[in-house]
Design a protein around this ligand. Structure first.
Ligand code: CUA
Length: 342
């Protein structure tokens, strides 16, 4: 309960609560990674301004109507005076309709202007495209360069450079998913049988949370992603690193793990430079450069990695990764190998 430093009337309490709520809204928004009330980037700025504009208009409409209703109810009690001094009649209906029409028209025109503003990137597109395929329940991320030898595939963590409009092609791998990085705006579905195009631009380096926003099965909530915005220099370094082939593992355990991995996991997962070339699951070539595993469900560290490969169904029931038929030492070896994928 809020304690007021003075003996506040109910109206003062109401006004104080609304003012406090509005003052704290930006703080709360910053603490919530999936907020759409703050934006970063050319596309997000006009959309977030419109969101706030329509939000404030809606709140104002609710408050004004509630106050008018309260006044009407209160005035009803003095019916005798109403009869003595009749109100303006239909005049108020015209005034109300007029004001509503103007406000709705402003909202409509503002929305059209923003839609036109964000429909295309407006600048020359960068010399590559990122293809995102929504799958139950992870994101395949394929970078398509103008030089085919520089194409590569990763999963769930998308790196982009700052200050450049990025072109995305969104593909539905199985059912309908929806790709959304709330702070950068541009929520778009991935639909099987069609490719949706979308662009985004991030204004400053940072990590932005994303989430599938179309119910796609029991693990829909565990279909997260991260968009990592880097300086152009860091982004190019990251890309070059992603093209590197897996190094020959140094330890005996990791070497044994590579063999086990190739036999048991290689039909679904790929690792560049090994015989594992499956396409059904995430590409693991540089797994240890990612912050999370299982599409943002678990932190990517030694303990969780072993837990995940030992019992994926326990961590993410219904996912297509079966519980592997491996002994404890074999699992340890596979983990040793995975840890080399830097
Ligand atoms: Cu994919 Cu919800």
């Amino acid at each position: 309960m809020l304690r007021y430093p003075w003996r506040a009337t109910p109206l003062q309490k109401l006004i104080f609560s609304i003012a406090l709520g509005l003052a704290l809204a930006p703080v709360a928004a910053n603490a919530a990674p999936l907020t759409y009330l703050v934006g970063h980037g050319t596309k997000a700025y006009p959309v977030v301004a419109l969101t706030w504009g329509v939000l404030v208009i809606s709140i104002a409409v609710v408050i004004i109507i509630a106050l008018l209703l309260a006044v009407a109810v209160w005035r009803r009690r003095t019916a005798a005076t109403e009869i003595a001094h009749p109100p303006g009649g239909l005049r108020w209906v015209w005034i109300g309709t007029g004001i509503s029409t103007v406000v709705l028209l402003i909202s409509c025109v503002w929305t059209m202007v923003v839609l036109a503003q964000v429909s295309t990137a407006g600048k020359k597109p960068p010399p590559y495209v990122i293809e995102i395929t929504g799958r139950q329940w992870w994101w395949e991320v394929h970078y398509v360069s103008s030089e085919a030898s520089r194409n590569f595939t990763t999963a769930n963590e998308i790196h982009v450079p700052t200050g450049t409009p990025i072109e995305f092609k969104l593909i539905g791998g199985d059912v309908i998913h929806s790709f959304w990085i709330p702070q950068l705006s541009g929520k778009t579905d991935t639909i099987p049988g069609q490719t949706n195009e979308m662009w985004l631009e991030a204004s400053k380096p940072g990590t932005y949370a994303g989430q599938c926003t179309e119910y796609c099965g029991p693990q829909h909530a565990h279909m997260k992603m991260l968009l990592i915005v880097q300086t152009l220099h860091d982004f190019h370094a990251w890309w070059n690193h992603q093209l590197a082939l897996a190094a020959q593992p140094a330890s005996a355990s990791a070497r044994a793990g590579l063999n086990t991995f190739t036999v048991h996991c290689g039909a679904c997962h790929a690792v560049r430079g090994t015989d594992a070339a499956g396409v059904y699951g995430p590409d693991l070539s540089h797994l240890m450069t990612r912050k999370t595993i299982a599409a943002g469900t678990l932190p990517n560290n030694q303990a969780y990695l072993l837990g995940w490969i030992s019992d994926p169904q326990g961590k993410k029931p219904g996912s297509f990764m079966p519980r592997p038929d491996l002994t404890g030492p074999e699992l340890q070896n596979v983990r040793s190998f995975l840890l080399t994928l830097k």
